[in-house]
Design a binder for this molecule. Structure first.
Ligand code: PMP
Length: 447
């Protein structure tokens, strides 16, 4: 009883506007792909801690390393070098191509992107930043300005479109393929009262237009996720990033790959998402899968960019924490031993193939897209109009899959990630969905 009272008072998910359940799910134990709630119910964790648990919950090898490190040393701050820190930076740098060899460790993806923004400005001496519609780059005030997805913004200055802290963030044209035939058609940019956001509907030509009409001749940085995650598993057209990088560099800017979701082999074909676009970023930011769920982020850049940054004093109390570094190091070892990248490719290809069959069969699946194990299923009213399924209907699917023991995530730019107020699925459709899901036992689905 006392536990319940405490939970009711402090329960974090209850305060969340997005991706949360109607009533809190109390998870208390995990093992690999499984989670158990406090009532002993088992769930298949298809969302992997929001794309974070890269080698499984409480992987025995990682757990053993963490316990050993915990007995040895928890914390020192970045003033000192520790063996786990040294070992991890070497390992991580070896996974990136030259000249990306200088590693900075943070505690989250937002922090890594904040740092990237600062570094780009210091290195280039420029101020303007370009991000893309549908993007998500973090929840700190600065990265919220980079983020275009309005679900994650607040109606106050720092959560708005352009902020007093970041007056020079411009929204670039690409918004993604939410309509199979017309890739950027219906993306909504944020409703910036100043009219400074770009609302273009075409690809690279529109980036040129952004440069021509809104940006001074020089820019500091271009931020892009190799595949947009929170925006709805959105992929760019072939060569889009290549051409965008070229244009940004011509104007003196640096190119930043936000690998928070795409990194560490998730896309299957490559260890880093940018490799799938045949581009070479100047700064790579990462988090999530980096330490399998232990809070950690990182930024890797070139010695030249690092030199401009090192002129100032930078301090991060927990960045490079020995616990985080030893866990991240062990996660990399396990990834290698277990072949997780290859697994992403094999299981991801299987999932994409099977989901595509469901798409062809069911009216409410508008599209299936993604790469490796970064997969999105677009839920629509019907295939012809491709009208996004209302948030409340999406919530029904979210709740019912949970009741059946499968945890999934919600995303996109049409509010489906939010706790919707619109009418739920029509009863017949709801019944059909339930029937379809019930056809397979959990065990069959797991296989
Ligand atoms: N970038 C991307 C692409 C992300 O998906 C996220 C988290 N969803 C972030 C940055 C922010 O990471 P964090 O929540 O660790 O601050």
């Amino acid at each position: 009883q006392r536990m319940m009272e405490i939970r009711k008072l402090n329960c974090h998910p209850m305060t969340m506007k997005v991706t949360s359940y109607k009533s809190p799910v109390f998870i208390h134990q995990g093992h690999m792909q499984w989670l158990w709630d406090t009532d002993g119910k088992r769930y298949l964790d298809f969302f992997a801690g929001v794309a974070t648990v890269s080698v499984g919950h409480c992987h025995p090898k990682v757990t053993a390393v963490a316990v050993a490190q915990m007995k040895r040393l928890w914390h020192t701050t970045c003033i000192y070098v520790t063996p786990p820190l040294q070992e991890y930076c070497e390992k991580l740098a070896s996974l990136l191509p030259d000249p990306l060899k200088v590693v900075y460790l943070t505690n989250s993806g937002s922090e890594a992107n904040d740092l990237a923004m600062l570094m780009a400005r210091l290195h280039t001496g420029n101020h303007d930043i370009i991000t893309l519609r549908g993007s998500y780059h973090g929840g700190s005030p600065q990265t919220m300005a980079l983020t275009s997805n309005s679900a994650y913004k607040y109606p106050v200055a720092n959560g708005g479109c352009t902020t007093t802290m970041c007056p020079d963030v411009f929204r670039g044209p690409w918004g993604g393929s939410h309509c199979r035939d017309s890739p950027v058609q219906t993306i909504r940019t944020c409703d910036c009262p100043q009219g400074q956001c770009m609302a273009n509907d075409k690809y690279i030509g529109q980036l040129d237009e952004t440069f021509a009409t809104s940006l001074p001749s020089r820019v500091a940085a271009f931020f892009a996720e190799p595949i947009q995650g929170v925006g709805g598993a959105v992929q760019y057209p072939k060569d889009y990033l290549k051409q965008a990088y070229q244009r940004v560099r011509e104007r003196g800017g640096v190119c930043i790959a936000d690998e928070v979701q795409t990194g560490f082999g998730r896309t299957g074909s490559h260890f880093w998402g940018f490799q799938g676009h045949e581009v070479m970023p100047d700064i790579v930011t990462m988090a999530k899968g980096i330490a399998g769920g232990f809070p950690m982020g990182a930024l890797v850049t070139t010695p030249e960019i690092a030199a401009a940054f090192s002129k100032g004093a930078h301090f991060n109390t927990y960045g490079g924490n020995p616990m985080a570094c030893s866990i991240a190091s062990s996660v990399l070892d396990v990834m290698k031993e277990d072949g997780t990248q290859q697994n992403s490719l094999v299981v991801g290809t299987y999932l994409l193939t099977e989901l595509a069959k469901l798409r062809d069969k069911h009216e409410i699946i508008g599209d299936v897209r993604g790469k490796g194990l970064q997969i999105g299923v677009e839920m629509v009213e019907d295939k012809v109009s491709r009208t996004p399924l209302p948030p409340a209907a999406m919530n029904d699917i979210f709740e019912e899959t949970k009741d059946m023991g499968v945890l999934i995530g919600k995303g996109g730019v049409y509010g489906q990630a939010e706790s919707g107020q619109t009418p739920p699925l029509r009863p017949r459709r709801k019944a059909r969905l339930k029937e379809h899901l019930a056809r397979q036992s959990l065990e069959t689905r797991v296989k």
